[in-house]
Design a binder for this molecule. Structure first.
Ligand code: UDP
Length: 530
């Protein structure tokens, strides 16, 4: 069967995904790209008949746009070594020594070159001005070193396809925390990092219980900065470690760039997302198809680990120890439109939980089967399955465009909008888009009241409803959930603090807020802004 890609998906594929010859002309069609991915990934299966069987199954779920792996898998599957790197998420450890900083920088550059994004927790670095024993000099501090990692990112293109992305984390008890909170205040500084403050439960408790204490003041400072600029985010370190399935390997302290994968240093995670918008049958959610797709997708992601060409041997070793995979969803807002369920309703929260529980359950069963078939890593013997983690919710920034659905679990930003797409040659193309489900409903002549309730966008939804949706998806997500809590321009810092507290109580693993109009450049423009 031919893949169901739309014309705009085909344009994106041509600009950024299809393989090219030396004159930069595409040498494959979208269908051939999916065949390449399916065949290469199925190469991890043990016998030729199994490889054929699974290649067909993998091809089918992608061609029907029911499942998409993360971009590096689409771009690089089948490339000869050392360019066959397929995972999107990496974490690099940084210790308090020049040796370690140089080593981390080297790892970052190699990972970016391979198409992956990197996360760091810089809290072990001594503070700015602290003594350096060997020279009797003064230390530069984590924020200054972060500038170095930022510059390196600027220089390395991800295989010519896109720029690398980073997550920089500093724990709340680090002496340089205030400098860190404000390190992106000025537009144009540290442009290739998302930044997050790592906080503990005890910090959040103190901030809540004593409005006059230091903790409350610090939380307010974080909220104020996020209100102004969108940065920093917060990472709830205790929630992350409560969800850690391998605590004997140590504490988790860092995540990948968009926060959805808490990982150990040198670990990587490959992601894939199921397109929920297509899973409607007779006006109801189609759990049966979901189970089928989730089982094949989980196997696909485990196979990716096997055939992935990791940029460093220590990464390969760390990954094989835990075999983390991140199966998630996209097209959630579109699904709700099709089912006529408002995003900000109890029904939507319950459905989110049910869908994610079904995906997790199915992926877990597959992982147990895969363990019997192919073996369980020693570290995971106590879990009795092949993968330490199964589920994760990614932003799906590009793959949702390929699948033609809304991104991740986000509500729509607008029902009609123009999108600015940058082609490989740097030219910008403006694409006009009206949400398909909205258009369908309008044609159907749905009554005004239902239209108003169902077709809600980011800013119609209260910050609390955004956070609750994140919390509902988090319940059955082993890794974490990528979500932006969108606030209206006129929201106050108090609303931001409220969202932080609710996210913590809901068991979210982190929170990122964005107040409309608070940064100078936005990727999306609503119709009125044209
Ligand atoms: N990522 C990256 N650079 C980018 C976009 C994404 O390194 O320009 C990594 C990052 O770790 C992010 C992850 O890919 O958290 C998943 O992002 P997304 O789901 O948006 O990627 P897609 O597969 O849709 O391209």
């Amino acid at each position: 069967m031919k893949p169901a890609f739309s014309q705009s998906a085909r344009d994106i594929l041509r600009d950024r995904y299809l393989w090219r010859d030396e004159n930069r002309n595409p040498i494959e069609k979208p269908e051939e790209m999916l065949r390449r991915v399916a065949t290469h990934v199925a190469g991890a299966e043990r016998t030729l008949p199994l490889q054929y069987k699974w290649a067909d199954e993998f091809y089918e779920i992608m061609a029907k746009l029911l499942f998409m792996p993360n971009s590096p898998t689409l771009m690089n599957a089948g490339r000869p070594s050392p360019h066959g790197q397929l995972a999107a998420c990496f974490v690099v450890g940084v210790e308090d020594s020049m040796d370690s900083i140089c080593e981390a920088l080297r790892k970052q550059m190699l990972i970016h070159k391979s198409g992956g994004g990197t996360g760091f927790n810089f809290s072990k670095l001594r503070s700015e001005g602290a003594k350096v024993n060997s020279t009797n000099g003064r230390a530069s501090g984590p924020v200054s070193f972060m500038g170095l990692f930022d510059k390196a990112t600027e220089t390395v293109q991800q295989g010519g396809m896109r720029r690398g992305a980073n997550m920089g984390i500093l724990n709340i008890d680090h002496p340089d925390i205030r400098k860190f909170i404000h390190c992106k205040d000025k537009d144009g500084t540290i442009t290739n990092f998302n930044i997050s403050v790592g906080v503990s439960d005890s910090f959040m408790k103190k901030a809540e219980e004593n409005p006059c204490g230091d903790e409350a003041a610090l939380l307010a400072e974080i909220a104020d900065s996020a209100w102004r600029t969108g940065d920093p985010g917060i990472i709830f370190l205790d929630a992350i470690n409560r969800g850690n399935t391998t605590p004997e390997l140590g504490e988790l302290t860092a995540t990948n760039p968009c926060g959805e994968s808490p990982l150990y240093p040198n670990e990587a995670c490959n992601l894939g997302s199921i397109n929920l918008s297509l899973l409607v049958r007779d006006g109801e959610f189609d759990y049966e198809t979901l189970r089928g797709v989730a089982a094949v997708a989980a196997r696909f992601l485990d196979d990716v680990i096997e055939i992935n060409d990791y940029p460093l041997p220590e990464i390969s070793q760390a990954v094989k120890q835990t075999r983390k995979i991140g199966l998630g969803v996209m097209g959630w807002a579109d699904l709700l439109f099709r089912l006529r369920v408002p995003y900000d309703s109890e029904e939507a929260l319950a459905l989110a939980e049910n869908i994610m529980r079904t995906i997790r359950e199915t992926a877990c069963e597959t992982s147990v089967e895969l363990g019997r078939e192919k073996g369980v890593p020693e570290t995971l013997a106590h879990l009795g399955r092949r993968n330490a983690t199964l589920t994760c919710i990614a932003p799906t920034g590009t793959i949702a465009l390929l699948a033609g659905c809304s991104s991740g679990i986000e509500p729509l930003f607008a029902l009609e909008h123009t999108r600015v797409r940058t082609q490989i040659d740097g030219k910008k193309v403006v694409m006009k888009q009206v949400n398909r489900c909205y258009e369908e409903a309008r044609k159907e002549g749905l009554d005004e009241e239902t239209m108003k309730k169902v077709f809600v966008t980011s800013h119609d939804i209260s910050p609390a409803a955004h956070v609750r949706m994140q919390g509902s998806f988090q319940k059955y997500t082993d890794l974490a959930v990528s979500k932006t809590i969108n606030l209206r321009h006129e929201c106050g810092v108090k609303d931001v603090i409220g969202a932080y507290t609710l996210a913590w109580k809901e068991g979210c693993k982190g929170i990122t807020i964005y107040r409309d109009g608070s940064k100078q450049s936005q990727v999306l423009y609503t119709k009125e802004d044209e």
